[in-house]
Design a protein around this ligand. Structure first.
Ligand code: AMP
Length: 302
């Protein structure tokens, strides 16, 4: 596995890729490192569809707010490189901040309305930062396919929207959420949870599973809220939002909606902020049973 820490090294490594009769299919997995099985599942997916797998490891300062955990975000490059190699990555791009954001940079991407709701409402500018770095990295790596986890559902929706609105020449693939055995979605931030917080965090996934049992958006929301309320009252979590939305626009679903939807949740457990989501399907209401025709009763005998 090769490692490039600058754009010129990446270009060189890219030019040395084995050239067949047709150009190799390059799949790209962007990450911020602190790799876990969720990231590695993206690599496995990439391996299955491409000749060459490129991963980036870059903690993007642009997507962190001033009071967020940029400084504290786990950086474990040596361990990550071992895991990436074992998972079958061909080339890791691990640039410095100065390489990606040289002094004098001015232009950036605005996510628009899709980036203002949910995560965007709690993390203003977050998706502008995500889209700016993703567009830059796509332009640097020039893959044919880029793979993102559905764990970050709004991020995936924003990226799909950017690719569509800005005619970016790449196929975006969404990969399933990888969870711990007890349901907690894998995240680089889970390591910050104390053993008690780790247990409290399970209510996020439990609330989503409760929502998935229901057959309308309002009922799904109410079911999730019932469980979350108990944890909030016990002081175990601070809820940022729970919502049932359209997974493409991230806008709330009306109550008479039928079809696929997404339940999304974000909460702080201690000082660690966690997000999770699950896909839901709201079925068409059953076609009304034909009214039973009353059986004529024999006249009562006098
Ligand atoms: P991050 O390093 O957190 O920026 O994540 C890099 C990529 O891995 C993103 O596309 C995430 O959505 C994806 N990812 C992170 N955690 C998971 C998970 N538990 N399951 C699937 N994908 C994940």
């Amino acid at each position: 596995m090769k490692v490039a820490t600058s754009i010129s090294e990446l270009e060189l490594a890219r030019s040395e890729l084995p050239a067949g009769i047709t150009p190799p299919v390059i799949a790209y997995v962007p990450t911020m490192g602190a790799l876990h099985d969720g990231h590695l599942s993206l690599v496995r997916l990439a391996r299955g569809i491409a000749d060459v797998v490129i991963m980036s490891i870059f903690v993007n300062p642009l997507q962190f707010g001033p009071n967020e955990d940029y400084a504290k975000y786990p950086r474990t490059l040596e361990r990550d490189l071992k895991k990436a190699k074992k998972a079958g990555v061909d080339l890791v791009f691990a640039p410095t901040v100065a390489e990606i954001y040289p002094a004098g940079r001015q232009v950036s991407v605005r996510a628009g309305a899709i980036g203002d709701v949910l995560e965007g409402a709690f993390r203003p500018g977050h998706f502008d930062g995500v889209l700016t770095v993703v567009l830059k990295l796509l332009n640097i790596v020039r893959p044919s396919v880029a793979i993102f986890g559905r764990k970050d559902a709004q991020q995936l929706a924003c990226i799909r929207r950017m690719v569509r609105d800005l005619n970016v020449d790449v196929d975006i693939v969404g990969a399933p959420i990888v969870r711990e055995e007890d349901g907690l979605a894998m995240s680089s931030r889970n390591r910050f949870l104390s053993p008690t917080e780790r247990i409290s965090a399970l209510v996020l996934n439990a609330s989503l599973r409760a929502a998935a049992q229901e057959s309308s958006p309002a009922a799904a929301l109410a079911a999730a809220e019932r469980l979350l309320a108990v944890a909030i009252e016990a002081g175990e979590i601070d809820l940022d939002y729970i919502s049932v939305v359209n997974g493409t626009t991230m806008m709330p679903l009306p109550d008479d909606y039928t079809g696929p939807g997404l339940a999304v949740v974000a909460a702080r457990v201690g000082t660690t902020r966690l997000i999770d989501n699950t896909e839901l399907v709201f079925p068409e209401p059953d076609v009304a049973e034909p009214a039973t025709v009353p059986v004529p009763q024999p006249p009562l005998m006098p």
